[in-house]
Structure formats: C-alpha cells, structure tokens
Ligand binder design. Structure first.
Ligand code: ADP
Ligand code: MG
Length: 697
C-alpha cells in the first residue's frame, strides 16, 4: 500500500518518509524497527543522573522558559525541568514557536532524552527532548518497553518524531487484524524454534515484555541473515555451474625450475597451503574466483608469482594489477629480479609507459612472448589485448571497483582465473557476507624471524624525547616515516600539517639527514622522485600523508611515527604500521596524539599498542565502528543494508543462518521442492534489484 493512505500519514508526511528514510510502502514502514527501547517502568530521578547517560525517562515540570539570542544564529529556547530531586536544562533550536505554544509551565510531563553533562555549568542538559503530558502517559500504560525510532532533524521540524512514528505504526497494526503471512517455511520456523512472523513483527514494535522482544529480535535477525546467505550461496552455486574455467592441469618446468632453483626463501606453511588451494581450484575445470587475505608483510606476492608461473606452464599468460604506479613498479622490479635467471618475459605497463615501449608490449602480448604483464589500471584498457590470458592477480583489491575488475574478464574467450589479494583483514562474519560467493584463502602466518613491531603512545608534549629517539635510529642507519592526516574540512589548510612537519623535520635533523615529502597535491613526477629517493636510501626521513598506506616495501625503514593518530581509524593505523617491520631489525610505531581523547579513541590507541594481529584489529574495528564504515565494504559491491541484524554482534546467528542455507541449497539447489517455494519467491522479491555481482568476481 502507498504510504500516504496509511492513517496518520497523508501526502506531506509520506513524502518526508520517502525522502528522509526511504520508506515508501506500508511493508517498509513495518520494517522500520526501533533502534532502542526505553524501559518506561523505570523513571529516573534527576539527582541520580551521572556522566554519559543513554536515553532516559524523567517525570517532572518546567519551572521557567526563556528565549535566547533572538534573531541571531544562536537563537534558542531554554526551559528548566525539575522533578523535585534536581534540575535539568532543556534546549530547542528549531520549531521554537511550536514548543512555546504547546509546552506549558507547571503541567506534569514525561520527558525522554539523552542528558549530557555541561562542562561549564556542571549541570545536565538535553536538547530537543520528547515530551508527553504525564496524564496520558504512554500509548498503553501496561506496556513497559517503548520503541525509539530514528528520525532526522528535518522530520522533527515537521513533528514526525519517534513518538509520531510509533503512533502511526500502532494505528496500522491495530487496523490490520488478520495475521501477517509467514515469510519462512514452516519447517524452518519449527526447526529453529522461531517466533512466528506475525507475532514477531508486532512484538518488535510493541514488545509485551523483554522476553518477547528478545525472541522477536532473534526471529527477524535470523530471517534477514538467512535470506542474505541463501542468496549468496545460491549465486555461488549457479556461477560454479555456469562458468567453466581453463584447466591448469599441470605443474611444469617453469614452476619447478623456479621453485627448486631460485626460490629466495622457504615458504611458510600458510603460503604452501594457500598455493595448494589455488592449484586445486585451477585444475578443477571451473573458473577460480578467490580472495587471498593476508596481513601486511605475510608474503602474498610470492603466492601471486607462483600462481602466475603455473599459468605459464599451462600455456597461458598472466597479469598482475596494482593500485598505484609505485606499487606496480616495485612488483615489476622484484619479480624481474627473482626471475632474472629464468627464461620468462615480464613487462611493465603503466600510465607513463612511453608510446614506443607500449607498442612493443602490445605486440608482445598479442604474439604471446610477454608472459607476465604487471601494471596499473592501464591494464584494463581495451587496447591491451592478450594472446591467451589465463590468470589475473589483483593486488590490494579495495582500490579497485568491481566494474573495473569485470573488464579483465573479457580479455579471453573464457574468463581467466582471478585471484584478488587484500591486506585489509576482514572479520569472518563480514567476509561471509561480503564475499559469501567467493572462495577465501587466508595466510595467517608471518615469515619467520620477524620481530613484532613495538607500538608506543606519546602525547604531543613529549616531542623532545621522540626526536631524541628518532635520532638514535637514524644513527643506526635506519629510515623513518612520519605520517600526517589530511585536514579534510579545509582545502586551503589541507596540507598545512604535512608541510609544517616537513620543515620541522628538516630543522631537527638536516642537513645531516635528508628529508623528503610526499603528498597528494604534488605532481606525480615529483612524488615519484621523492618516493624513489627514500626507497633507494638516499633520503632518511619521509614525511607523508597516507599516500604511503598501501604496499610500499622499504625493509630498512624501521620507525613509523603517526602524527594526530586520533584522526585515523583502526584499520588505517594498522595499514600504516605495516610499512615497517619488514626487515630484520626491531621496528617501532609511535602514535602521537593530543591530550583530549574520546573514549573510543583511547580504545583504538590501546588496541594498537596491545596487538599487531590484523584480524584481531579488524574485529575490534567492526565492534567500534560497525561494518558500514569498514574500508572496502563500499566498493565491494556487496554492501548490504541490514535492518536489524548486526554483523558485529550477531556472528553466532549468522553462522546458524549460513549453515542452514548451505544445507538447503545442497539438497535442493534450485529450490524446487514444494516446501521451499516460499524461499524462492522471497528471494525474488528481496533481491529483485540486485545486480548479480557474482557474475563478475
Ligand atoms: P604482502 O603480503 O604485504 O604483500 P610481501 O609479499 O610484500 O607482503 O612480502 C613481504 C616481505 O616478506 C618481502 O620482502 C618478501 O620477500 C618477504 N617474504 C615473503 N615470504 C617469505 C618467506 N616465506 N620467508 C621469508 N621472507 C618472505
Ligand atoms: Mg603486497
């Protein structure tokens, strides 16, 4: 049903709900769940408020009102609310006229709000509280748990606040007497001991008691995760059947010669295992789409090289695509060196490859003499054609959009095998969802002999000691990174900190030690030149923005100083830190912050100091930030909107849902059984608008 015909809505509110919440039908409205519940049986006393409070319920009266800053930007309306045990200040910045007319002094109110401690007055303050005359307390006096709905400022302006939404939903549910039809097959409801849909959808909005609320939440979370997994697993199966792959049946001379004569080190067990997994895939006759996860420095490049050698052994060409020119060049140099004594032709193609050389490479690709092509985005250009491309490796995938990857698929009559490598560790629950249709390999072991990086937190004020410690490292011949965040708010100031930092470093260490600077505003040529001076060891200190975040390998750099570390997210800090600790020396990461840190920031810094395990950090990041913000989820093409389940908190339910979905698809791949008809129809509805990314990679 169109929302405007739902009682209490009308065309104006319907338009608002559509534009602000993307809610356009009665069904979507029903699926707009409270984000939290207030226990109405628990009325706080103002004298008991302390520190940071969540949403609480108070009961009292306004003792005075005043209007402040009339006609200025600071225009606001202030009321003092008292319950006999204390006072709390209420503030309104919008809709002041309405509040002035409708909220009366000395009438008793129930007040909902999240009180904040005011640092100056030391009293509590709440802005835009929700008020309801105590005389008509609650929609249903017996109901103790009240749902709170997220709304926007704009909605509040039109009085469409949490209470209003609740009333609308209540009216709708009361009118809708017949039960809502079940959305899962009866055998699942029974097997998983789930609350029925009809009951769950009513209880989620108006829980009769905490137990019912919990069961309703469980049911709806399970259902959401289950359909998502069912969809992913079904796509995965369909793709397996649809896409035949080149069969790399043998491991031959090229691989063996390299492996037994030129391998510069013994592979770690994790590397060996992953190569086995990849070989099995490539020999199976179906196209490989594999995600290789491995923490920074875990040795993914060697896995890529060995994989490409297998392709060559089977008469195919391979390519390796990196997100930046610097990385591509580094890969080219190290792979060329490793293959120096072998008869394998490797070429590098980037945006700055000269025309003449480019033509040569194009010809070599077409006649098959170039066996491994390394490069940047330049590889996906349509004029780059291969004789027989069989293997594509993509490094640091979160920099590549799904669409770009898909262009590599068409470079042969049948899609080549694809190996996507990422150093952004993805927690299991997230990987299951984002890449539920990819095979995943994990390198969970670092090469031997690495000393764990020591991470230290320093305040801004401890700079003298820091400079002294840096000097010590420089005297031992080490190199140092100093990283600054970009100031995003102000284009003019954007690079001020880096530039200032560069001058400071020169003042502190020059001319004895050479300092270079790299940031995004510099010309690519200058950037590369500076980077090159650092890579070659000619420069000792590199002052940079996060452009160095991905992949660069300078084993002699053993110190990473991160300035204003409070401005970085956990996984970014971890990526940055991964630039050091690549050689045999003890490495250090110094996180420099100001004194005033929020609770979450303290936690982030603490986690960084406590562990170097990327997966542990990713897990913590997911808990702190939620999956929507996780790097990579946006570009993955698999970023789903979850209404109620949380990938951070509902890992266990996700596991149950996934296991069951797998079992069902294994038994009934096309969902043809009559008891599964409901599943097939639901999938069609739920994922009707979804592009089938599984067809791409
Ligand atoms: P990443 O996984 O971050 O891409 P790299 O492939 O760049 O890591 O490897 C990091 C460093 O470790 C490189 O210098 C590489 O030569 C080295 N390395 C990789 N595998 C091993 C191993 N099994 N034993 C010793 N060193 C290794
Ligand atoms: Mg790498």
């Amino acid at each position: 049903m169109d929302l405007q015909y739902v009682p209490g809505i009308g065309p104006k509110r319907a338009a608002l709900l559509a534009s602000e919440l993307k809610v356009t039908t009665d069904e979507e409205l029903l699926n707009y769940f409270p984000y939290r519940y207030v226990d109405k049986s628990k009325v706080y006393r103002i004298c008991d408020l302390q520190g940071e409070m969540p949403y609480v319920l108070l009961r009292g009266r306004f003792t005075m009102f005043e209007e402040l800053g009339v006609g200025t930007r600071g225009h606001r309306y202030r009321g003092v609310f008292s319950d006999g045990t204390g006072m709390i200040e209420c503030l309104w910045f919008q809709g002041i006229r309405f509040i002035k007319e409708s909220v009366l002094a000395h009438e008793e109110y129930m007040l909902f709000g999240a009180p904040k401690l005011n640092d100056y007055t030391h009293g509590f303050q709440v802005s835009h509280p929700e008020l309801e005359p105590a005389s008509k307390n609650g929609i249903d006096a017996m109901q103790s748990l009240m749902g709170m709905y997220n709304t926007t400022e704009k909605m509040k302006k039109f009085f469409l606040n949490s209470r209003a939404i609740q009333r609308i939903i209540l009216g709708y549910l009361q009118k809708h007497i017949e039960p809502f039809p079940e959305t899962l097959p009866a055998y699942i409801v029974e097997h998983m001991h789930l609350m029925k849909y009809n009951q769950a959808i009513r209880q989620i909005h108006f829980p009769a008691n905490p137990d019912n609320l919990q069961r309703a939440q469980y049911r709806l979370k399970f259902e959401e995760l289950f359909y998502l997994q069912l969809y992913l697993i079904r796509s995965f199966k369909m793709r397996q059947q649809a896409n035949r792959g080149f069969v790399f049946g043998r491991v031959g001379e090229v691989f063996n010669e390299f492996y037994f004569k030129h391998l510069p080190f013994e592979l770690t067990n994790a590397q060996k295992r992953v190569i086995k997994e990849i070989r099995a895939d490539m020999g199976s006759g179906r196209q490989m789409n594999r995600l290789l996860q491995g923490d920074v420095g875990s040795g993914k490049t060697m896995v890529a090289l060995l994989t490409m050698l297998i392709a060559i052994d089977n008469g195919f060409q391979a390519c390796l695509m990196a997100p930046t020119e610097i990385l591509a060049t580094q890969h080219y140099e190290s792979l060329s060196a490793q293959l120096a004594e072998m008869n394998v032709r490797v070429a590098l193609l980037t945006g700055s490859t000269r025309k003449k050389q480019r033509d040569e490479i194009h010809a070599g690709l077409l006649d098959g003499s170039v066996q491994i092509l390394i490069g940047t985005h330049a590889l996906i250009e349509p004029d780059v054609r291969f004789r027989n491309l069989g293997m594509v490796v993509i490094d640091e995938q979160h920099r590549f959009g799904v669409e770009q990857r898909s262009k590599l698929w068409v470079k042969n009559v049948q899609p080549p095998h694809v190996l996507v490598m990422t150093a952004t560790p993805i927690p299991r629950t997230l990987a299951m969802t984002m890449y539920g249709d990819l095979d995943v390999s994990v390198i969970d072991e670092l090469p031997p002999g690495r000393k764990p990086i020591q991470t230290i937190h320093r305040w801004d004020q401890q700079r003298d000691g820091l400079i002294a410690a840096m000097r010590k490292q420089l005297e031992q011949g080490r190199q140092i990174y100093v990283v600054y965040p970009l100031i995003e708010e102000n284009e003019k100031l954007k690079y001020r900190d880096v530039e200032q930092g560069f001058e400071n470093m020169q003042a502190a260490f020059g001319p004895e030690y050479r300092v270079v600077m790299v940031h995004g505003k510099m010309k690519p040529k200058d950037k590369d030149a500076a980077m090159q001076r650092f890579v070659s060891g000619e420069a000792h200190i590199m002052v940079a923005t996060t452009v160095i975040e991905v992949g660069v390998n300078v084993p002699n750099a053993s110190v990473m100083v991160i300035e204003s570390a409070e401005r970085f997210g956990l996984s970014q800090l971890h990526q940055l830190r991964g630039r050091v600790g690549r050689g045999a020396d003890q490495s250090y990461c110094v996180l420099v912050t100001g004194y005033e840190l929020s609770h979450d920031t303290r936690k982030r810094i603490q986690i960084m100091c406590d562990t170097t395990d990327g997966f542990e950090i990713a897990e913590a990041d997911l808990q702190l930030r939620g999956p929507g913000d996780m790097e990579g989820t946006q570009q993955s093409g698999m970023a789903f909107d979850l209404h109620i389940a949380s990938l951070a908190k509902d890992g266990q339910i996700l596991q149950f849902a996934r296991d069951l979905a797998k079992e069902i698809i294994d038994k009934d791949p096309l969902l043809e059984a009559s008891e599964n008809g409901i599943l097939r129809r639901r999938l069609d509805v739920l994922f009707a608008h979804k592009v089938d990314w599984s067809q791409i990679s």
